[in-house]
Design a protein around this ligand. Structure first.
Ligand code: NZQ
Ligand code: ZN
Length: 389
């Protein structure tokens, strides 16, 4: 196991009706002038936004609001939010929504304390040191941004989808009420399950040895999602399934199961190019890219893929032919996400083989490599995209 530091200071408030206590938690984390940030309407339709405002009002907290975040959140609204923060002396950003809203809120919180262009953090010109505190009320279990240090934004100039991260961006608190996720359309529930599985698998396929504790945590989360996601799709109001998924999504990505081991985010980066270019749902893009990546790299460590097949998918180990077991595991994963209603090929996603050079170019690898489990050149990345066609 590698040495590690782990700092995950988010205060989680989990359970039914907990959004009604928002004011109490904003106060607890020092908020007095709040920017409420939300998406394109689901929080108004459900009445959640009204409940949150009521709670802030009851706690005598001043607020203003900025809605309109779209999936694969854009830079334009971030610039607008930063202006509001500076102009109104905002000291707390409250995200009410899914991963896109939370990521946009984090970007605003970052830019509010920076004199330059917030995009500098997403291009690597600046490192994250400070940001306004962010609180979240999560409505979609998927991205894990409610507990993560990351944020992913698409710049409208070139539609470049880029990520940044730093401990200062971890939410101060996150309210997780599984009931809020019952209104999710089946496609979003499935995208969410696929995304959280990917967060675990990006950590699972590692070159680090003797990481049994995190291997087992990863396997436990994957087994939970495999068990609970179909229940939530069959019965969207199944509170227990939603609750298990909600916490699984958080632990999948706050790095509990990534500490002490190298992780490999190649599939995420290849997906970010897809959702940057085609504006598809992140989880759906991962369902297409992850099996392709697995097929391409599995020979690097057949035993690890066979372990995945046996422990997660219940495949029988073929000691004479571990490759057979490894392939079975990948097939079972592909069948599972497909059974959830996810695309597994470029055409199902609306992506085109002719755009592969554009996707690779946009990634800007140059002579560098991508990933750590297997270090991929631009040529490898091209071949993986081709495997997904
Ligand atoms: O905008 P509204 O009206 O709220 O509708 C949203 C949106 O259309 C809807 N929705 C959310 N909660 C709902 C609901 N509809 C009905 N009932 C509810 N309770 O769902 C749609 C998708 O929302 P979005 O926030 O885009 O989805 P998700 O949570 O999957 O977030 C995806 C974004 O997160 C990024 C992705 O790249 C993508 O941009 N990621 C962020 C990460 C992080 N910060 O750590 C890591 C991830 O790997 C990921 O890259
Ligand atoms: Zn993801």
């Amino acid at each position: 196991m590698n040495n590690f530091n782990f700092y995950s200071p988010t205060y989680f408030v989990f359970g039914k009706g907990k959004e009604n206590e928002t004011g109490k938690y904003v106060k607890r984390f020092g908020g007095t002038r709040v920017l409420i940030h939300y998406g394109s309407g689901s929080v108004m339709k459900s009445g959640l936004l009204d409940r949150v405002k009521k709670s802030l009002t009851e706690s005598d907290i001043w607020f203003t609001e900025l809605g309109g975040v779209v999936p694969n959140p854009r830079s334009g609204l971030v610039y607008e939010g930063i202006e509001i923060c500076k102009h109104e002396n905002i000291d707390f950003v409250l995200a009410v929504g899914g991963g896109s809203v939370i990521d946009s809120a984090k970007a605003i919180a970052l830019g509010a304390l920076y004199d330059g262009d917030f995009w500098d953090f997403y291009t690597g010109k600046q490192y994250v040191k400070k940001a306004l505190p962010v609180g979240t009320i999560l409505t979609l279990t998927a991205a894990g941004s409610e507990g993560s240090s990351g944020s992913v934004i698409t710049h409208e100039n070139g539609m470049l989808k880029r990520a940044t991260g730093g401990d200062a961006m971890r939410p101060a608190f996150s309210i997780l009420n599984p009931e809020l996720t019952c209104s999710l359309p089946p496609y979003q529930t499935a995208c969410g399950a696929t995304d959280m599985m990917a967060h675990v698998m990006e950590r699972y396929f590692t070159n680090t040895r003797n990481v049994e504790i995190t291997d087992r945590l990863c396997e436990g989360i994957l087994l939970t999602v495999i068990n609970e996601a179909p229940k939530a799709l069959t019965n969207p109001d199944d509170y227990e399934a939603r609750a298990n998924l909600m916490w699984a999504g958080m632990v999948a990505h706050n790095d509990t199961c990534g500490v002490g081991r190298d992780s490999d985010w190649s599939s995420h980066q290849m997906e970010h190019e897809l959702s940057g270019l085609y504006d598809v749902a992140h989880g759906a893009g991962l369902a297409v890219m992850f099996p392709a990546w697995m097929k391409y790299v599995m020979h690097h460590d057949l035993n690890r893929f066979a372990q995945f097949a046996v422990r997660v998918w219940g495949c029988e180990m073929d000691f004479q032919n571990p490759e057979k077991t490894a392939i079975q595991g990948i097939q079972r994963y592909e069948q599972f996400v497909s059974s959830l209603g996810m695309p597994i090929r470029f055409s199902q996603l609306g992506a085109k083989a002719v755009d592969i050079p554009t996707l690779v170019k946009s990634m800007g690898l140059g002579k560098n490599t991508l990933g750590s489990f297997v270090k991929l050149t631009s040529e490898d990345v091209t071949k993986i995209y081709q495997l997904a066609v």
